[in-house]
Design a protein around this ligand. Structure first.
Ligand code: AMP
Length: 279
């Protein structure tokens, strides 16, 4: 696996991968890789001839009081995992390569980024959309793969790719979960063993709400019950539990498919997100 840190070398290496009409899948990540990331890589191997993974902890998507400095980083471990998965190329630029002095352009996907995590983390999705657009232009993949774990992010990237005519396919990969149902996340590493054990209350509460809504319960009551169960389960606060149209992300007060239950909650310093389909 080639590990590349400058754009000129990246362009040459991707051109070599594409020789003979071969296709390239891009899996953007911030590193601290877990089985969820690796499931995206495997999807990439199924749908394309070569997989390029990027690792870049993007400073512009973190707020001033968020965990940019503390975010787990272990490139050697990540690279070893990617070699095992047959990844062709690891694109690992530093901040100065991604944002040279004078960088002034950003992308805002207006409506889709305003609510949910966008409300709790102002500027977050502008940082995500901008860096993902840059990654698309840098790597020029045929397909890019994102996890459904970050449902709002996936919706925003799909809309950005459509609005800006990026010539690539965007694929969503199912959420990889631990045995107790907690969605895998690099941020789970922040949890103490006691917190980690309690954190299963989050997916449990969401699953109960999905069952209630699908069974015809009042949406507002199901959402309020889920919030109460999350706090009773040991979380300090709930940023949101909402029922949304799966594509437009419009809040729904009355269930209609396709819908998604979206949620974010905080335990100590750790902010976790999750979502489920409601059919
Ligand atoms: P991150 O490194 O957290 O920015 O995530 C990189 C990509 O992996 C994003 O597309 C995430 O949605 C995806 N991802 C993270 N955790 C999971 C998971 N548990 N299951 C599926 N995809 C995931």
């Amino acid at each position: 696996m080639q590990i590349i840190r400058d754009i000129a070398t990246l362009h040459r290496a991707v051109a070599a991968l594409k020789q003979g009409g071969k296709s390239v899948a891009l899996v953007p990540t911030m590193g601290a890789l877990h089985a969820g990331h690796l499931s995206l890589v495997r999807m990439g191997r199924r749908v394309a001839d070569h997989v390029v993974v990027s690792i870049f902890v993007n400073p512009t998507q973190f707020g001033p009081n968020e965990d940019y400095a503390a975010y787990p980083r272990d490139e050697a471990r990540d690279a070893a995992l990617l070699v095992e998965e047959g990844v062709a190329l690891l694109w690992a630029p530093d901040v100065a390569t991604m944002y040279p002095g004078g960088h002034a352009t950003h992308i805002e996907v207006a409506e889709l980024g305003a609510d949910y995590c966008g409300a709790a983390r102002p500027g977050h999705f502008d940082g995500v959309a901008t860096v993902v657009a840059k990654l698309f232009n840098q790597v020029r993949p045929d397909v890019a793969i994102f996890g459904e774990k970050d449902w709002q992010q996936l919706a925003i990237i799909r809309r950005m790719a459509r609005d800006l005519d990026f010539a690539l396919d965007i694929l969503g990969a199912p959420i990889a979960r631990d045995g107790d149902g907690l969605a895998l996340s690099s941020r789970n590493a922040y949890l103490s063993p006691e917190q980690r054990a309690a954190a299963a209350a989050f997916p449990d509460a969401l699953k109960a709400a999905v069952a209630a809504i699908a069974g015809g319960a009042d949406v507002a009551k199901a959402l309020a019950d889920a919030e109460a169960a999350i706090v009773a389960g040991g979380f300090d606060s709930v940023d949101y539990v909402a029922l949304a149209d799966a594509d437009s992300l419009e809040r729904l007060t009355i269930f209609r498919a396709p819908a998604r239950l979206l949620a974010a909650a905080r335990m100590g310093k750790t902010r976790l997100i999750d979502n489920y389909a409601v059919d």
